[in-house]
Ligand binder design. Sequence first.
Ligand code: DIR
Ligand code: MN
Ligand code: MN
Ligand code: MN
Length: 314
Amino acid sequence: HSVAVLGAPFSKGQKRRGVEHGPKAIRDAGLIERLSNLDYPVHDFGDLSFQNLDKDEPYMQVPFPRSVGRANKLLSEAVGSAVASGHTTVMLGGDHSLAIGSVEGHARQCPDLCLIWVDAHADINTPLTSPSGNLHGQSVAFMLKELQNKMPELPGFSWVKPFLSAKDLVYIGLRDVDPGEYDILKELGIQCFTMRDIDRLGIQRVMEVTLDHLLSRKQRPIHLSFDIDAMDPSLAPATGTPVNGGLTYREGIWITEEIHNTGLLSVMDLVEVNPVLGASREAVEVTASLAVDIIASSLGQSRQGGPIAQTQTL
Ligand code: DIR
Ligand code: MN
Ligand code: MN
Ligand code: MN
């Protein structure tokens, strides 16, 4: 197989500036070189260019709806064509609102995909439950069929029709869930592994249950949406909404190794690296370099020098 890398320098899903420089920071940390050490061709498709809309009034309290909708439509088409060309695709954000386009474009090619969302946050607010209005905290709500009648029609989003079932989604790393999100997760019975669950079960058991939940009935493509703020802020300080008590380096890498091991990873997002928010150059570099490690590990870089032994069968 081959890998496609696609940058999405976009930040209007939230209010802090700088996350649009995430793709450059991750490339500068040596992403392409690291991936070229793995054993398949890497195609760097560069960065998408997103047009600025000068008139984009908030809808209710949601800022930049048309800009976010349009950026995601463009991204959806780019991810869709990379997947259609047979590439395992890596999308570099940018803020997490970009998952709307990334997962939608993937799903149009692979309607039976499943989604693993690694994040401190559930990003499942609707415009009505969101305390901030920010669309990066609402991405999943646009995807889920079960939330169709709870979603108002937002300008810029008429092209998105919900395509994912709640049973095809698993969360890992949650520790900052809003009240409205909690109710949705509960009502839809979504499989969630919060940091508390990881403390209780261990990351190995969490991944066993995750992959069993998603793949035991049938093998199908995996979309991994990895928000760098899932990792502990001591490891990933340069991000917009850090939350203490995150994944350790080894828990993060265990997650990605196990996903690689399935052989089913089809698209991954690595989002919310914000080089402007690092307190120092070193803070930015450790965050970007961690992002590179997470991506390389998802694509098969192993801690053993060779292929990872299969320790479990589905
Ligand atoms: C909060 C914060 N739940 C919100 N969300 C995110 O604004 O909806 N921060 N995604 O990264
Ligand atoms: Mn997120
Ligand atoms: Mn987050
Ligand atoms: Mn491999």
